[in-house]
Design a protein around this ligand. Structure first.
Ligand SMILES: [Cu+2]
Length: 179
C-alpha cells in the first residue's frame, strides 16, 4: 500500500495523448489514494486501540502495587492485626461490597478483593467530613482475585467508602475503627 509518491506522476507526466487514457488513469489514482487513506485510518485506529489498552493495563498493574507504594496515609504502617476480606461484587442484584460494614482496629489489614465487575475503593472526603488521614482513592480492580490492601491507620470513628462508578447504585460501605 505504500506506493512510491512519484508512481502516479510518472504516468501523468508524459503528455496526454488520448482522452481515454487520462480518464482511466485518474480513476485509478483516486482509488489508490482512497485505499491508502482508509488503510492509514485503520492503522491509526489500531494504534489508538493499542494505546488505550496498554494504558488500562498499566493503570491496573500500578493499581495492585500502588497501594503499598503510595506515600499517602502517613508512613503506611505494616499490618499488625487481623486480615479482613471485603469482596467487591457485581451480580444479578447489582454491585456491592460484602460485607458492607466492617469493624476494624488500627493495624488491621483490609483486603478488598475483586470477585466480579470493575470497582474501586474511595474514602471520599465529602463522605467523611472532619476526618483526616483518609486513604487515597484506589485504582480500579478489573481482574477477579485482584486485591487492594489497606492497613487501618485511622483515628477511632466511623468512615464511609464507596466505589465511584457504583456509589449511586448503592455500592457503599462503612468502616468503624474501634478505639
Ligand atoms: Cu463498583
Amino acid at each position: 500500500m505504500l506506493r512510491p509518491p512519484d508512481a502516479g506522476q510518472d504516468g501523468t507526466a508524459p503528455a496526454a495523448p488520448h482522452h481515454k487514457d487520462i480518464m482511466t488513469h485518474s480513476v485509478h489514482t483516486r482509488r489508490s489514494v482512497m485505499r491508502f487513506v482508509s488503510s492509514a485510518v485503520g492503522v491509526a485506529m489500531a494504534a489508538m486501540l493499542v494505546v488505550a489498552c496498554s494504558g488500562d493495563t498499566n493503570k491496573q498493574v500500578t493499581g495492585s502495587n500502588g497501594a503499598a507504594s503510595t506515600p499517602s496515609a502517613s508512613e503506611a504502617p505494616a499490618p499488625t492485626g487481623d486480615t479482613i476480606i471485603v469482596e467487591m461484587i457485581t451480580d444479578e442484584t447489582g454491585s456491592h461490597f460484602k460485607p458492607k460494614e466492617i469493624e476494624a482496629k488500627k493495624g488491621d489489614l483490609i483486603r478488598f478483593t475483586l470477585t466480579s465487575g470493575v470497582h474501586n475503593v474511595h474514602f471520599l472526603p465529602d463522605s467523611n467530613p472532619g476526618k483526616s488521614n483518609l486513604p487515597p482513592m484506589s485504582d480500579f480492580l478489573q481482574l477477579p482475585g485482584q486485591t487492594y490492601d489497606l492497613v487501618v491507620n485511622l483515628a477511632p470513628g466511623e468512615y464511609y467508602f464507596q466505589c465511584d462508578p457504583h456509589a449511586l447504585l448503592g455500592m457503599v460501605g462503612k468502616l468503624e475503627v474501634e478505639g
